[in-house]
Design a protein around this ligand. Structure first.
Ligand SMILES: [Fe+2]
Length: 239
């Protein structure tokens, strides 16, 4: 089974994975996957509490995959060993927690995924470089070029897209100019959105679970399970 959820921000929004909230976990194994759409945040300052929560997550019965959001300590993330998982290079965080690098393409249960993390922080003025914000939150020109190349290799066709921020036209439509800036990444996602043949696109970042249209979905504390033709919400904090 494959599940998709939004930001966990370290220990702050991790409680959706508790047995009380996500009750299906009893039947899951390491061959089931939880994909987090960025702002993982459990590699932040290496504190005792952070290490405890990382182990708590590691002990969950599934395998965790995440893309980076903007609230990550990229120096810590990049210092994790690169390993091969499912035919692609990932950062290995613990035995069963992996970071999906930008531009990753992989298959799970017969579905193809394209994952591309990163986003621009909208609260930069309150953050300190190297302490609470890292310039790697935005992708480099090279990473975006590699992303295009990867999509070219699969003929611009996938099933699922996993990102932290949205394409610009949707971000603008939903939020206007409030809070979220237009930038090279949202423009890049506009370009991909126009060219890519895909079924569903999931984004974190905006701290709400809601459909944008019939193909793009924001996800935060809901947990979605992919089904044969779509997905079901298997946990929602408001239900
Ligand atoms: Fe977030």
């Amino acid at each position: 089974m494959i599940f998709i959820t939004g930001d966990i921000h370290g220990e702050y929004d991790i409680h959706k994975f508790s047995a009380k909230c996500f009750q299906m976990q009893k039947q899951l194994t390491r061959s089931d996957y939880m994909i987090i759409c960025g702002d993982f945040g459990l590699l932040w300052n290496g504190s005792k509490s952070e290490r405890w929560w990382l182990q708590w997550l590691e002990k969950k019965p599934w395998t965790t995959l995440f893309i980076d959001g903007n609230h990550e300590n990229f120096d810590m993330l990049e210092s994790c060993p690169l390993t091969e998982w499912n035919g692609i290079q990932v950062h290995q965080i613990t035995e069963h927690i992996f970071h999906l690098c930008r531009g990753s393409i992989f298959e799970l249960e017969g579905r193809r995924f394209f994952a591309f993390g990163g986003a621009e922080s909208h609260d930069k003025v309150f953050r300190k470089k190297g302490i609470s914000i890292w310039e790697q939150e935005m992708p480099s020109y090279e990473e975006m070029k590699q992303g295009r190349k990867a999509l070219e290799s699969i003929g611009w066709k996938t099933d699922i897209v996993i990102t932290h921020s949205l394409p610009q036209h949707l971000q603008m439509e939903l939020f206007g100019w409030e809070c979220y800036n237009r930038n090279e990444l949202t423009d890049y996602f506009d370009e991909i959105d126009a060219k890519l043949d895909f079924k569903f696109w999931f984004s974190g970042h905006y701290h709400m679970s809601a459909p944008c249209d019939e193909k793009h979905f924001l996800v935060y504390n809901d947990i979605l399970q992919l089904t044969k033709n779509g997905f079901d919400c298997v946990y929602s904090p408001i239900s």
